[in-house]
Write a protein that binds this ligand. Structure first.
Ligand code: ATP
Ligand code: MN
Ligand code: MN
Length: 385
């Protein structure tokens, strides 16, 4: 192939969706550093800085060569001054002093530990850190009031921070498939998220559920989670009702019926988890504890807790939902940015829309407090392609 200085050489795209991003890549030492700096920025709610480090990590992941000198980065997009400085530091010293400093800092460590609890976001973690809390264990002794979600997060802390393997994801998929098929024969269950991208491990299992006959999927989520609950498999869930994909869909978040849940996975992948505990069959009420400090963890207990996202979508939106839930987050972000900036279209997990109408001046009656933002209401009035 042509030397890197060849002006004819195709430039690396600034859109992640136009770059190959293999699972294994050659610049881990640099992407690990950007990951830490991105997290640290997000922990101080510096979204812009966080995004810059995420973009830098994403482009470094796509390079087909290991960066060994600064000249290698000539023409590489998405690398700001700060990212380049970090790379240079690593090239010269083997490590970045700034990254090492972050990793050692008490605040970063505490934020990392506390946001690692399911149901705890940056704002809450920050408040707790300022109150002197450092670990999930501190939450139990401090007597802080926890939401139902956070309580589950603390109870299953060890399990939920132990990566889910591909075999475990498949086993969860089988459990859910069996449940879905007993409720609605012909329904389709698809493993999405990182596992669909070929990852060997993940933080959760993402399952997209649909039925080829549009409309049959309605009401499925409630029946599915009741079934799982009756089997003693549902340890926790938070349902997001959305509109089932039938309302005005806008924004980056989708509007499908979904359940952010924690399921119980038995000892052998695919094996039933055993009879439900008497009086403990209702989600969130299970008394067995996987304490973050005690003898928690799957060892010796015979089962483990796994985070599962269950998403129901109408068949006509399945392609978009599958695309949207496959990730990676950076790929999705740039695919949507590409649609909007390069094609004047709007993409989300429900469809791809023309945006020409956006430029049309609005009829006066559209401007009212009850109307959604104009560009959205107009852009979404055109049917999906
Ligand atoms: P991991 O292995 O850590 O789970 P992942 O790529 O599967 O990595 P997830 O957080 O499970 O990450 O999300 C998978 C994809 O689903 C994301 O890339 C995102 O595009 C999409 N997604 C996640 N949550 C939502 C949401 N609330 N609304 C719309 N899309 C979402
Ligand atoms: Mn996932
Ligand atoms: Mn997920």
């Amino acid at each position: 192939s042509a030397p890197r200085s060849d002006p004819e050489e195709p430039r690396i795209s600034a859109y992640a969706c136009q770059r190959r991003t293999p699972l294994d890549h050659l610049n881990k030492i640099f992407t690990d550093a950007s990951e830490v700096l991105a997290e640290n920025a997000e922990f101080s709610e510096s979204e812009g800085r966080g995004l810059a480090f995420r973009k830098a990590g994403s482009v470094l992941r796509s390079l087909p060569f290991a960066v060994s000198r600064m000249e290698d980065l000539r023409g590489v997009p998405c690398l700001g001054e700060h990212s380049r400085k970090i790379i240079q530091e690593i090239l010269e010293d083997g490590v970045s002093g700034e990254v090492e400093g972050v990793l050692r800092s008490e605040r970063y460590r505490a934020m990392k530990a506390l946001t690692g609890v399911f149901g705890v976001g940056v704002k809450t973690a920050d408040r707790w850190v300022r109150e002197g809390l450092r670990t999930p264990g501190d939450l139990l002794t401090s007597g802080h009031r926890l939401s139902r979600e956070q309580e589950a997060g603390v109870r299953y802390y060890e399990d939920l921070n132990c990566p889910v393997t591909r075999a475990e994801a498949d086993a969860i998929g089988e459990i859910v498939k069996e449940a879905v098929h007993s409720i609605l024969p012909g329904a389709r269950v698809t493993l999405t998220g990182g596992f669909r991208r070929g990852k060997e491990a993940g933080h959760d299992v993402d399952l997209l559920i649909t039925h080829p006959e549009e409309g049959k999927e309605e009401g499925l989520l409630g029946k599915l989670t009741s079934w799982l609950d009756s089997q003693g498999v549902l340890l926790y869930q938070r349902v997001s009702e959305g509109s089932g994909g039938r309302g005005r869909e806008s924004g980056p978040m989708d509007h499908f019926h979904r359940s952010f849940s924690i399921l119980k996975l038995g000892e052998q992948p695919g094996a039933p988890p055993g009879p439900p505990q008497p009086g403990a069959s209702s989600a969130g009420q299970t008394q067995e504890a996987a304490s973050p400090r005690g003898q928690g963890g799957a060892q010796g207990r015979g089962w483990r807790a796994v985070r599962v996202d269950l998403v129901i979508c109408p068949y006509s939106q399945f392609a978009y939902a599958l695309l949207g839930w496959t990730g990676s987050q950076q790929f999705e972000r740039d695919l949507r940015r590409f649609a909007s900036q390069e094609r004047d279209m709007s993409l989300n997990s429900h469809g791809l829309y023309q945006r020409e109408q956006v430029r049309t001046p609005p009829p006066p009656h559209c401007i009212s407090e009850s109307s959604p933002p104009l560009s959205l209401s107009l852009s979404l009035s055109s049917p999906p392609l």
